[in-house]
Design a protein around this ligand. Sequence first.
Ligand code: ATP
Length: 434
Amino acid sequence: MSSDHIKMVIGIDDTDSREGMCTTYLGALLMDELSSFCKHTGDPLLIRLNPTIPYKTRGNASVAFCVECREPDEVIDHVVSRISSLAELDCENTNPGVVFVLETDFTETKTELGDFFRSAVKDVIVIDEAKALAGKLGLTFRAFKNGRGLIGALAACGAMLNPGWDHSYEYLTYRKKELWGTPRFVDSNSLYEADESTYPETWDSVDRANRVAVCVPRSPDPVLYGIRGNSRQAVSKAVELIRSEDTERSCIYKTNQGTDMHLLRATCIDDICEMHSYILEGTVETAANTIKGGHSIFVLSDDSGKTIDCAAFEPTKNFRDVIRRLIPGDRIVVYGSVMDVTLNIEKINILSLAQMSEKRNPECPSCGKRMKSAGAEQGYRCKKCGTSAQDPETVSLERNIEKGFYEVPPCARRHLAKPLARFKVSDAVLFPGR
Ligand code: ATP
């Protein structure tokens, strides 16, 4: 493009409600509309932010894309007017935000927006902090209603200006408008075939163990399905194999999904705060207790003796079988978010297994049969041979679990959680949960 064109990053968030719309759809629509008067540069971004934020509609996503245009004001007006008309503004919880960062501001804003992006993925940010930053950096922005969407919009711009993070891709397809809210048609067999042909370069399209088409949402939003993978090529190959209803449009987003970007390394339980996500090493203190609703919870202690409840909730399905096999003394690393003083496990790495043993009546040294109890506190006696022993025998039992990484199945995966399919083989022994 000629030198009279200016680059601009546009970040958008919080346009949808549980009843409809989707910020990724609005992003895709706006990109298509803008292509008649500007050029798109680079990959559009789908950024997942702190998964514990209670205001989120579903997956706490925001989007950003970059354009080159001659008349930035024309682009800004178009984007603001389309958000005004398309966002679910009647919904109390929908507070859109849109930020425009002009090329002339890139250098000055880069570091601060990059820090804000990382903080929005890991920490909790208040609206005033976002408004203050946008004001301080002199950015053009529009905050609708209480303006909470500015947080995600600024973070997405920060991600665009600081591209060095681990990333994956999602190929999102969108339904024709007249079909929104009706049952989706995606041929289930074709999803399994696409998965078979492209896994582990794509992941979480289907959950084989639980027979769920994870990539097809159930809510009334415009998404038909989304295929996640390591490269544009991998997700495109999978999409070529999928048979479905006709779509209105599609978009391949570069994303921080499947990267574990939300996790902080906690050196001890005292480091841990609500609404943050951690990697924490500790020792199993009590075996899992399964409570009403099917949630399995065990206590983990750190080296200082502090403890925290760790949970595999019912939606994690077969992963609970792994958790239920842990016993006191097992050394593990847990990965997950802390909410309501409980760490919600996304995956674990079992570092070492405690000895499991059982007390049995001792064997008779003469005949090899098990002795019988000789009465309370009187030890054991072999009736046949008359031999006796005071103490029971301690027998080591085989553990029905191995050391290594275990993860929740695809149907329970957090968007940001890195699936074992993305781990390098040299990392450890992996037990993918699919
Ligand atoms: P969808 O993914 O379907 O588009 P959503 O789940 O992304 O919806 P939003 O409607 O975007 O949910 O609501 C999340 C809100 O939380 C947004 O306003 C966003 O700016 C804000 N938010 C995001 N990250 C943080 C954070 N770290 N701290 C505080 N607020 C945040």
